[in-house]
Design a protein around this ligand. Structure first.
Ligand code: S3P
Length: 163
């Protein structure tokens, strides 16, 4: 079967839902952020600090193209939809699930987070970023799931019954 790509904002639960799906379906599991860390041997904050966001987006685009397009769950980084070419690529894959989470819930989940450079950049307006990105997630999505008040297990079950 075609791979399942999970897209959504930081804190929407892509990584943990991907792990549940992997267990349920027995498929492979890939995470574009983890693939970047493994390949470039740098943490995401170090890449942002030393190479900059533009270069990170290039790495991310390269990784997206190397993901396995069958029988694999792929958790993507929250900004994967920023580039037109990535949106086009995702639309061609088909099984793209948008985990849609409210701004309030994201704030609760990430209140103690220190691992995400964009979230921790005080000069970025994250709420505006969520608003700007939402139409882009919707554009690529073949299915949208509201994640507020749902467990990862419930979300995974909903995905399985809709692919
Ligand atoms: C980013 C989200 C992060 C990571 C990087 C940039 C973003 O992934 O790719 O910090 O631009 O939203 P998660 O969505 O897994 O936090």
């Amino acid at each position: 079967m075609k791979s399942i790509y999970l897209v959504g904002f930081m804190g929407s639960g892509k990584t943990s839902v991907a792990e549940y799906l992997q267990k349920e379906l027995g498929w492979g599991l890939q995470d574009t952020d983890q693939m970047i860390v493994d390949q470039y041997e740098m943490t995401i904050p170090t890449i942002f600090a030393e190479k900059g966001e533009t270069e990170f987006r290039n790495y991310e685009t390269n990784m997206l193209h190397t993901t396995t397009t069958e029988n694999t769950i792929i958790a993507t980084g929250g900004g994967i939809i920023e580039k037109d070419e990535n949106r086009q690529w995702l639309k061609n894959q088909g099984n793209v699930i948008f985990l849609q989470t409210s701004w309030e819930e994201i704030g609760r989940r990430l209140q103690h987070d220190s691992s995400r450079p964009i979230w921790n950049n005080q000069s970025r307006d994250k709420q505006k970023l969520l608003e700007d990105r939402t139409p882009k997630y919707l554009e690529v999505a073949s299915y949208v799931i509201q994640t507020d008040n749902k467990t990862e297990e419930q979300i995974a079950a909903e995905i399985i019954s809709n692919i």
